[in-house]
Structures are given as structure tokens and as C-alpha cells.
Write a protein that binds this ligand. Sequence first.
Ligand SMILES: [Zn+2]
Ligand SMILES: [Zn+2]
Length: 368
Amino acid sequence: MRIRGAVLEQIGLPRPYAESKPLAVGELDLATPGPGELLVRVEAAGLCHSDLSVVDGNRVRPVPMLLGHEAAGVVEEIGAGGSDLEVGARVVMTFLPRCGQCPACATDGLTPCEPGSAANGAGTLMTGGRRLSQDGAPVHHHLGVSGFATHAVVDRRSVVPVPDDVPAAVASLLGCAVLTGGGAVINAGRPRAGDTVAVVGLGGVGMAAVLTALAADDVRVVGIDQLPDKLERARGLGAHDAYTPEEARESGFKAAVVIEAVGHPSALETAVDLTAAGGRTVTVGLPPPDARISLSPLGFVAQGRSLIGSYLGSAVPSREIPHFVGLWRAGRLPVESLVSSTITLDEINSGMDELADGRAVRQVIRFD
Ligand SMILES: [Zn+2]
Ligand SMILES: [Zn+2]
């Protein structure tokens, strides 16, 4: 079928992206789903920093690639052999398929699925194929999702069903921002009653970590960011306090759990500095592969602190997404408050500028 989508053809074009237009929005071909695959009509897709990282070359991926890895939609067709899902089911797409059988999948979310990661690196679905093409030439899938399009063919193992009462924008954010930021709090930070949770970097993932920590009982939550607007927004979401990194350092602020959601070495150093004795620093940001940090090992030993890396929120999506839906339904996880603007597919390049400037929390593309 013919679909409309946003294809990255060349990595590292100069900013502003509104002028260089790294993402070409146009028509391309989507093949029918193979066995174990689904055709999904995309309802909403969020713009995440990991999309920008492919555009600017910090995460090197094969091109041409149809970007977008945070999306939700409705199943329209099921590949040969059937599925446990039915046509009409609403699904959240997640950016790392889980085979459920490799040693990594046996770690309960601690390490990323091996064949899932290999498929993501190759720009294919986990079944090994590519269903996207343009003028007869194959186009790569982005993290098994390629959600910046009207339709997507995905592996069944890349989606989690959600109930009909979850709005599309909320459902899309469950797939990356909430799974990554919220999962990092629940699965890696593991705050106890009376703890303070600090979140360094208040983009979509960081704000989702703030919301998830606020949903815990008897936990104090502090947002940390360079931008005053982000601090204001964190307070508006219910954070007990919000500081710039300098303010936090100068005041001697420490937290039992610190989540770093920036993907820059200096942000991780800040997060480690702000971690209290006995505490846990959790890093979810994705810096360039050659980035290095400077840390005192003594602080970890003498103060019994730990540093934990968390990919996809150390989550098992089929377990965590229903948990987050439950919190959202109870009014304890207002995911819609993460949406800073709603845009069209044609506005995607200027959306990437907003992301690069750090202004946006979550911009969501609607396909109505
Ligand atoms: Zn993401
Ligand atoms: Zn696996």
C-alpha cells in the first residue's frame, strides 16, 4: 500500500532543520505484513531525542530510514498464521522487540533482547525483513517501529495492546518516554518511602520519571535542568522543588535516587555528584559512543553508592505498560501533561529544531 512518512536520507545536515529538511515527508510503499507481523494505522507519534540523535549522527543508523519509535495505533491487518491480537485492537509500539527466548530476555528486562537489538541495529523487523520501500529501493525501519508515518508494519513482539479508553497521544508516550523514564524509576531507582528522587534533564523522558516518582507513596521529587521554563513546568506537574544544576550543587542537595535523562557526560557527572551516600544514580540518556566521564571511584566505595545503566527503563513492556495504564486511569500518572504541542507530519523538521533547542517536552504528531 501507499503510505505517507518521514524518511531520513542523509545524516548530519546543518541546522536549522526547518531549512535543511533532513526528513523528507512523502509517499512510499509498505508491503503487507508477513507471518508474525501486523499492519498498524498510526494514530499518534511522539518526537523523542533518540530520533534527533539519528538525524544529527550521534546514533549511527543505516539510511534511508523512516524514523519514529514512539507511536500508537490500531491493528488493521494480521500476517499469515494469525495472532493473539484482532483487527481493531489498539496497540502501543515499543522500540525494542523482545523474543522472549534469548538469555537477555531471561533477565526480566535488565538487559536488552539480543535478536531485538540486532534487528534494530540492522534497521529490519525482528523477522529479518524490511517492508518499506521507495521507488523500488528498500527503506530501513527505525527500532522496529518507524512511527512517523500513516501506517506501519511491525513485529507482534514490538507491540503491547492498550484499552480503548487510553487516548492516542497518551498511548504513544507510554511506548518510550513513560517506559524509559518511568521504568528507570520503578525498576532501577527503586525509591523507598521517605526517599528523595531527583531527575536531571526535564525532556519527555525526564518529565515521565518525575511523574512516575510522584505516583509513589511518600517520595519527595526534585527536577533539575538548565532551563528555567523546564523547572517551572516540573513544579507545575507537582515536583516538590526544581533547581538548576548549579543551584543544586551550591546548596549541597543530595537525593537517594538520581535519574539522568540527558545523554551528556556532564549531566551524568552532575547526577553522580547529587547522589546521597547509599544512593543509586540511574543513567538512561544516550550520549555519543565516544563520550567519557570523570568520576571519583572512592565516592562509590566509601559511600556505598551505585551507578546503574537502564535501557528501555529496564522494563518488560508487556508487564509495565498495563501498570502505567492503571496509574493513568487512577489519575496518578497524568501522561497527557507531557504533551507540549501537537503537530502535523509536515511540521516534523521544525519539530526537530524545537527538540535540539531543548524547548519541547513532547511534541506529538497526530494522523487524524
Ligand atoms: Zn525515545
Ligand atoms: Zn530476546
